[in-house]
Design a protein around this ligand. Sequence first.
Ligand SMILES: Nc1ncnc2c1ncn2[C@@H]1O[C@H](COP(=O)(O)OP(=O)(O)O)[C@@H](O)[C@H]1O
Ligand SMILES: [Mg+2]
Length: 252
Amino acid sequence: MSDSVIQLDGINHSYGDLTVLDRISFQVRRAESLAIVGPSGCGKTTLLRIIGGDLTPSNGRIRRAGRVRTVHQRSGLLPWRTVAENIELGLRNGSPLSRKQPELQDLLRLFRLERFADFYPHQLSGGMRQRAEVGRALAGETEILLLDEPFSSLDYLTRLRLRNELVELLRIRPRTVVLVTHDVTEAAQLADRILVLSDRPAIIRREIRIESMRPREPTSPEVVRVAHEILSELGLEHDLRNGVADSAVPMI
Ligand SMILES: Nc1ncnc2c1ncn2[C@@H]1O[C@H](COP(=O)(O)OP(=O)(O)O)[C@@H](O)[C@H]1O
Ligand SMILES: [Mg+2]
């Protein structure tokens, strides 16, 4: 209990008459990576906004220990700032930039963004923008990283590459992660634990623990098995077997 960084107790949320979340309770331990998977519109973004403190739930208690950064589906980079300036903003915690210069250079190298340091977001590809966005979120001393379908707007190969990079970055800079995704392979590859939500109003249908350590290959037997398990929990395994879903990247 003592190493839990996020704790939700009986969270309910309604937008007016529309009940979105129903008695959601769970904890996330320090440096754990938790994935949340569920049907479109079931309340995943709402849940992440509650965890991040952007939204007060209608009922229930939330406790969070540490600073939070959120990465959204589409880039939240400041368009009038360069890549380096955006990352520098993530880094700065009231300390002067001059002291942060060496760390900024290290980060640009780590995120493979050196060549793009002086580019503005609109000059980057979608993949580069999300890489810079994740970079900015991992800069500085943030403890909690919230990812809301961070790679879903990207093409398949870029998504695979960024996923692998994220695993590596988290090895170097461990963070407590909550990842919302509708890509079941992504959940099985990145998470230590997966919560499968129901249709709205969302309840936690199932919790799946993944025993093997990260990094995991997207094609490893355990990742494939867990991906099937999630789909089967959502009643979608049939689509996967019949090739209706893209068999390489089952999405819901
Ligand atoms: N600010 C809001 N006001 C009213 N309804 C909202 C608001 N945000 C989301 N909703 C509704 O709540 C439901 C859950 O939304 P959301 O949390 O974005 O789901 P998900 O991220 O799982 O797709 C949807 O039906 C959505 O239309
Ligand atoms: Mg959403």
